[in-house]
Design a protein around this ligand. Structure first.
Ligand code: FES
Length: 105
């Protein structure tokens, strides 16, 4: 089982699906470029911004109020933007694809 991070230039990085972790933690553990997680998962830095692939938007769901506030200040905000530290990985996310905004490269 794996989740996929696609950088702005189209490069795909795969990470193992680690249930119960935040998606940000999975990315950091696996050295995914473009996900820094500077605030440690407090929805306060915006360096874990990902754009959820359209196909996965319903499965993953939308942002919460605190997350939304941070996202509203984030450049390159997209309709399916999420802070990956606020996304708790579950079994059903096998094959999940998220895209990384350009500025995080
Ligand atoms: Fe800082 Fe997600 S790690 S907002």
């Amino acid at each position: 089982a794996a989740v996929n991070f696609v950088s702005h230039d189209g490069e795909k990085h795969e990470a193992p699906l680690e249930e119960g972790q935040s998606l940000m933690q999975v990315a950091v553990d696996n050295g995914i470029p473009g996900i820094d997680g500077d605030c440690g998962g407090e929805a306060a830095c915006g360096t874990c911004h990902v754009v959820v692939d359209e196909q996965w938007a319903d499965t993953v769901g939308g942002s919460g109020p605190v997350e939304e506030e941070m996202l509203s200040m984030t450049p390159e905000r997209q309709p399916t933007s999420r802070l990956s530290c606020q996304m708790n990985v579950t079994d059903g996310w096998d094959g999940l694809t998220v895209h990384l905004p350009e500025f995080q490269m």
